[in-house]
Design a protein around this ligand. Structure first.
Ligand code: F6R
Length: 592
């Protein structure tokens, strides 16, 4: 995710800014840059690592400056699109995290007024707006400009000559670190911990002016005092925002990640969906690997039910041996990284055969986006832990949006489904709030060497994903099965030492799953059910129940998979496994 830093004080700014940016590298980025006053405002930026950027930045003695690590959202990763961005005359420089939703309208207006733009970013409208409203007072110009912006932001602004930084935030974090006659501004605590542990958290609507003497914060025109906090974390702890592992941090980021996926495509008021992609196909073939393949399997149920378009799902590495004639099939690749070699090969094959192609991915400018005709970004933010969590639920949300928009006829209940989609972040948060109960069951599960995950219908792929998550991070051997299939062989493995996790969603599979659970209990396996909180029946038949909030049945894979992620995490933690980097695994599998 993008990172912001700013410095003003008695040290030379350039090494401080680069060091702070280095501390943000763990968050993932594709380009970086800094701006310092010199001969005008001097900007050094490129699509390179911080260490490479350092080589091109001269020491110039300035003791004020701003910097940024960018994770592209508008416009590909490139030198031009990297931050900081400047106004026409290069007198004002801005770093920005967040999204300016109305940037196109603002840009058109500014261009008509004579402003020249260089990048494809939404951010670039901000320095131009500040230039437009600048009448000798940077703070006033920033405040006036922010009135025009519809979206979220954390910004730091540097201008030529006033020797102050102006920072502002709305729905995107920003802190001020207080040193001894020096100030640090950052999007994240780890950026500044080498220098100070004294921190002020800015609040929405705050505008801060930081000079070599003081910081002054106003909100809605009135001066406000924000409490100073002492950060008790080491840098390592701070990178994980105090969480023990990136995996659990990313599990907890899901309400926000889902919201970001929705926000990009769903209008705030209407049930209208603006995807920017077109699913005009008689049938669809989804191909992907691992967790993304499981999202594809859920996608089959979603798209067939909501859009009525037939869907086939293939494991990418097998799709390459498939000689079925594809006809006019649209081929969709799902890949968090956009770099999985097998998925790329599958997409290339589809292109070669003349099929329409699309990728659902998290990484802007990744290889898959350069191969396909259409791209759908899930906007989940960087996923650091090797095992996929938030990208999976964001992929599911992408598939709901695609299916809802592909539905050719306006069906009854569409508006209420869109409303339910909007509520998913809150429902997911409720599971996270009940984490302790799942943690206890995770610890219990840690005592076994084998487990089964079972479900029917749309939750069968969730059982597969639950098993994958458990095996890869806890090293407990686990298999996902259709609940009705265990008796066709795997029953031979059921003993009191083989727990079965059964998803009992309140849909048309419920009664059949209940019957399967009774069969399993008769073989003395311990059963953990994942069931809706309103379900009082299930407790009679199982050993433990993980309760999840009630949702429309089609959305149950989202809540159920979050519960299973937590279960796997706490089992792995209990077993002392290297959760973020399981043995033998890599985040991007770039070989066939
Ligand atoms: C499991 C996991 C992997 C990936 C798979 C595909 O937790 O992360 O199974 O899902 O390697 O990766 P992407 O989605 O990047 O193509």
């Amino acid at each position: 995710m993008c990172g912001i830093v700013g410095y003003i004080g008695h040290r030379e700014a350039q090494p401080v800014l680069l060091n702070c940016l280095g501390r943000l590298e763990y968050r993932g980025y594709d380009s970086c840059g800094i701006a310092i006053p010199g001969n005008g405002i001097e900007v050094y930026k490129d699509a390179v690592r911080v260490a490479q950027l350092e080589k091109s930045v001269p020491q110039n003695g300035a003791n004020i400056g701003i910097g940024h690590t960018r994770w592209a959202t508008h416009g590909k990763p490139s030198q031009i699109n990297a931050h900081p961005h400047t106004d026409c005359d290069g007198r004002i420089a801005v770093v920005h995290n967040g999204v300016v939703y109305n940037f196109q309208r603002l840009k058109d207006q500014l261009v008509a007024e004579g402003h020249t733009f260089r990048s494809e970013t939404d951010t670039e409208v901000i320095p131009h707006l500040i230039e437009k409203y600048y009448r000798g007072d940077l703070e006033e110009a920033v405040k006036r400009s922010l009135l025009e912006i519809n979206g979220s932001y954390a910004i730091v602004v540097l201008d030529q000559g006033s020797h102050r930084l102006v920072a502002a935030r709305k729905e995107s974090p920003l802190i001020i670190g207080i040193g001894d006659r020096e100030w640090f501004i950052a999007s994240d605590v780890p950026a500044i911990l080498d220098y100070t542990d004294r921190v002020i958290y800015l609040e929405d609507g705050d505008v801060a002016v930081v000079t070599p003497e003081e910081e002054r914060i106003t909100n809605d025109g009135k001066e406000v005092a924000r409490e100073e906090h002492l950060i008790p974390w080491s840098i390592d702890e701070a990178e994980k925002s105090g969480y023990e592992h990136f995996l659990i941090k990313e599990i907890h980021e899901q309400p926000k990640a889902i919201q970001n996926t929705l926000r990009g495509y769903l209008s705030a008021v209407e049930p209208a969906i603006e995807l920017g992609v077109d699913i005009d196909a008689d049938d669809i073939l989804i191909q992907a690997c691992g967790t993304s393949y499981h999202a594809g399997l859920v996608g089959k149920y979603i798209i067939e039910e909501l859009a009525g378009v037939p869907v086939r799902v293939e494991i990418a590495s097998e799709f390459n041996y498939d000689h079925t004639v594809l006809g006019k099939t649209m081929v969709i690749g799902i890949t968090q990284s956009g770099e999985s070699a097998d998925t790329l090969l599958g997409l290339k094959k589809a292109k070669r055969l003349g099929n329409k192609t699309m990728v659902i991915t998290n990484v802007l400018g990744s290889s898959a986006t350069r191969i396909t005709d259409q791209v759908f970004y899930i906007r989940a933010g960087p996923e650091i832990s090797v095992a996929a969590t938030k990208s999976f639920t964001a992929q599911l949300v992408a598939l709901y949006l695609i299916a809802l928009s592909a539905a050719k006829i306006e069906f009854k209940g569409r508006a209420s489904l869109v409303e339910e989609l909007r509520k998913l972040p809150v429902k997911v948060q409720r599971i996270l709030d009940e984490e302790d109960k799942i943690a206890r069951l995770g610890k219990y599960l840690a005592g076994f060497d084998n487990a089964f995950f079972v479900a029917r219908g749309i939750n069968f792929p969730v059982a597969l994903e639950g098993a994958l998550k458990l095996k890869e991070i806890s090293y407990i051997h686990a298999e996902g099965y259709p609940a009705g299939e265990l008796k066709h062989g795997p029953f031979a493995l059921l003993t009191p030492h083989t727990p079965v996790i059964a998803i009992a969603a309140k849909d048309d599979t419920y009664e059949a799953v209940l019957t399967n659970i009774k069969e399993i209990k008769a073989r003395e396996s311990p059963v953990i059910a994942v069931a809706e909180e309103s379900d009082d029946e299930i407790e009679k038949y199982v050993d433990f129940v993980i309760k999840v909030p009630g949702v429309e049945p089609i959305f149950s894979p989202v809540v159920n998979s979050v519960a299973l992620q937590l279960l796997a995490y706490y089992a792995a933690r209990e077993r002392g496994c290297p959760i973020d980097m399981p043995r033998n695994l890599a985040k991007s599998v770039t070989v066939e």
